[in-house]
Write a protein that binds this ligand. Structure first.
Ligand code: RTP
Ligand code: MG
Length: 142
C-alpha cells in the first residue's frame, strides 16, 4: 500500500462539542499523521467553493450555512492508504448508518451535522489540500 495524503475537516459541530483532541488522537492512533493543521472560520464563498460538486443538490444551502456557522479544523493527514483509511475511521455519511466506533457514530448529530469531512479519492485529496494549504504550510514527518 502506498503512502498517501488526504484532507480532513473537523466540522463546526465537532469543534462545538470539544472533540478536536479526541478526533486527532484517533487519527494518530490509526496511523494517520497530521502534516498540516489550521483552524479557520470559512467564508461563504470558501465553503461554496469547497463543496462546489454538490451545488445542485437540495441540501447545498443548508450545508454551506452549517460549514460557516463557526470555526473548523482543517488537516492534511498522511499515512498508508490514507484516503480509504480516513473514510473508514469516519464512518457512513449518515451517523444512523455509521459502523460502531466510527467518528460519525460516536460524535455526529445527523446526516448534515456529521462532524468530519474526508476526501473521497486521491485526486480530490490533492485538490482539497491545495485549497487550504500552501506548500510551506505542509510538513514531511517521514
Ligand atoms: P464529506 O464530503 O463531508 O466528507 O461527506 P461524505 O463524502 O460522506 O458525503 P457527501 O455525499 O460528499 O456530502 C457532503 C456533506 O453534505 C452534507 N449532506 N447533507 N441533508 C442531507 O441529505 C445531506 N446529505 C449530505 C453532509 O454534511 C455531508 O457530509
Ligand atoms: Mg464527500
Amino acid at each position: 500500500m502506498a503512502i498517501e495524503r488526504t484532507l480532513s475537516i473537523i466540522k463546526p459541530d465537532g469543534v462545538e462539542k470539544n472533540v478536536i483532541g479526541k478526533i486527532i488522537a484517533r487519527f494518530e492512533e490509526e496511523g494517520l499523521t497530521p502534516v498540516g493543521i489550521r483552524m479557520a472560520h470559512l467564508a461563504k464563498h470558501e465553503a461554496e467553493g469547497f463543496y462546489a460538486v454538490h451545488k445542485e443538490r437540495p441540501f447545498f444551502g443548508e450545508l454551506v450555512e452549517f460549514m460557516t456557522r463557526g470555526p473548523v479544523v482543517v488537516m492534511a493527514l498522511e499515512g498508508e492508504d490514507a484516503v480509504a483509511k480516513n473514510r473508514e475511521i469516519m464512518g457512513a455519511t449518515n451517523p444512523a448508518e455509521a459502523a460502531e466506533g466510527t467518528l460519525r457514530a460516536l460524535y455526529a448529530t445527523d446526516i448534515g451535522e456529521n462532524t468530519v469531512h474526508g476526501s473521497d479519492s486521491a485526486e480530490n485529496a490533492a485538490i482539497e489540500i491545495k485549497y487550504f494549504f500552501s506548500d510551506v504550510q505542509l510538513f514531511s514527518r517521514g
